[in-house]
Design a protein around this ligand. Structure first.
Ligand SMILES: C[S@@+](CC[C@H](N)C(=O)[O-])C[C@H]1O[C@@H](n2cnc3c(N)ncnc32)[C@H](O)[C@@H]1O
Length: 395
């Protein structure tokens, strides 16, 4: 059965972005709740961060420009069709598509191309390594609906997935495909949405024999994710039911733990460090271990007496300790925003890359002293990662 007209239109947009044949796209016949929004125009652009679909929202009195990674741009167009606009025109080097709504139905007309020159693109195409996330698994996990639009309540998840891919892609800069590929383990993978995304990226960046293993203590989630991986034909993606400490990390290149609860983040980091992983990526979740310990000096009392500020301070202190501990054992660590705070307040990522000269068992004295100072200033005497690494928090 042929897909419906909107899906075909979106597929054509996605394809034209992948094949670099998109000239422009326009959305018209406004029908949404914002009476000032007249039109949206899109074109492909090449930014330093990579290829993007630029969408310009033309309002009555101003234009707003957003640059989207391709898949996000397609999803944005999908969202706008029907909710804000009743027509779309897609101009590519292969054809011209006209999508129009008539009452409840959509009609799609295909015509010959009206342009014969590829749009001007920036010169550094080496950087262009788009990963068009496979709608099959995104639908299977309930992130997208049948038409490729984010399901109700899944917009934040979709953004998180896209951002995660962007960050991993940046982290893997300089990696070339090899016969073996790379191996990554995702600890506390839950339903697996970020695990599937990581797999697609690794395949694209490091070679088709790359492997990703999702570890999750809830067997029912593991079973579902494994079935979906089989269904979409991802041979190198597997899932194991068990705890973070139950799987072998032999030969692993990267360890990821996203929103693994409380000290599970520390357990995952410790396992990655022990295995000599080149990359560690964690999105800390709740910070329960440190919060009750915070006493802090007189200076911090105005902060600690308010519950919400105490919680935030516990998060800041814990994640700063983690980053400093990673530095102490030979990693270069960075803390950055995962996705905007409007989507979740669990929005930090710690990314660490092992220094080329790091040796197993190394402890950098200066970094350890910084860890101890930070812990002392907050009255922290126990922190799980420090325990794992045998770092005493008392100087
Ligand atoms: C909040 S979910 C996050 C899921 C996924 N990583 C994401 O970001 O979408 C945390 C998951 O970690 C799992 N988890 C927590 N501690 C774990 C442990 N020690 N071993 C294995 N799984 C764990 C939980 O069962 C839960 O599914």
């Amino acid at each position: 059965m042929q897909p419906d007209p909107t899906t075909r239109f979106l597929e054509a947009l996605r394809e034209s972005l992948q094949e670099q044949t998109l000239v422009k796209i326009t959305l018209g016949a406004p029908c949404g709740p914002d009476p000032t929004l007249r039109k949206v125009r899109g074109r492909p652009v090449q930014l330093r961060a990579g290829p993007r679909l630029q969408l310009v929202w033309r309002h009555e009195a101003r234009d707003l420009t957003h640059n989207h990674p391709h898949e996000e741009g397609v999803a944005q167009v999908a969202e706008l069709l029907g909710t804000a606009f009743g027509s779309g025109h897609l101009f590519t080097l292969a054809h011209t598509l006209q999508l129009q709504r008539r009452g409840e139905r959509w009609r799609l007309r295909t015509g010959p191309p009206q342009h014969d020159t590829a749009p001007d693109r920036a010169h550094d195409r080496d950087k262009e390594r788009p990963v068009a996330l496979d709608p099959a698994w995104m639908r299977g996990l309930g992130v997208l609906d049948r038409r490729g639009r984010p399901k109700r309540g899944m917009e934040s998840k979709r953004r998180q997935i896209l951002r995660f891919v962007e960050i991993l892609d940046h982290m893997l800069r300089g990696v070339e495909p090899t016969e073996r590929g790379l191996s990554l383990v995702d600890m506390g993978c839950g339903r697996g949405s970020l695990t599937f995304a990581a797999y697609q990226l690794l395949i694209a960046r490091a070679g088709p024999r790359s492997r990703v293993l999702g570890v999750e203590r809830r067997p029912e989630l593991v079973q579902r994710a494994a079935e979906l991986a089989r269904r979409v034909g991802y041979d190198g993606l597997s899932f194991a039911a068990g705890h973070i400490d139950s799987v072998s990390l032999d030969g692993v290149d990267g360890v990821v733990a996203l929103h693994a609860c409380d000290t599970a983040t520390d357990d995952a980091l410790a396992r990655g460090i022990e295995a000599g992983a080149r990359w560690l990526v964690v999105a800390p979740c709740c910070h329960q271990q440190v919060r009750p310990q915070l006493t802090g000096p007189e200076l911090l009392q105005p902060v600690l007496r308010h519950g919400i500020l105490r919680t935030r301070q516990a998060e800041i202190a814990t994640d700063a300790l983690r980053a400093a501990l990673l530095e102490a054992v030979g990693y270069r660590a960075r803390v950055l925003e995962f996705i905007g705070a409007e989507h979740t307040d669990k929005n930090l990522l710690i990314i660490a890359a092992r220094r080329a000269d790091a040796q197993p068992g190394d402890l950098v004295g200066a970094a350890v002293r910084r860890v101890q100072q930070l812990a002392r200033a907050h009255g922290i005497v126990e922190q799980r990662l420090a325990e794992h690494l045998g770092v005493s928090l008392e100087a």
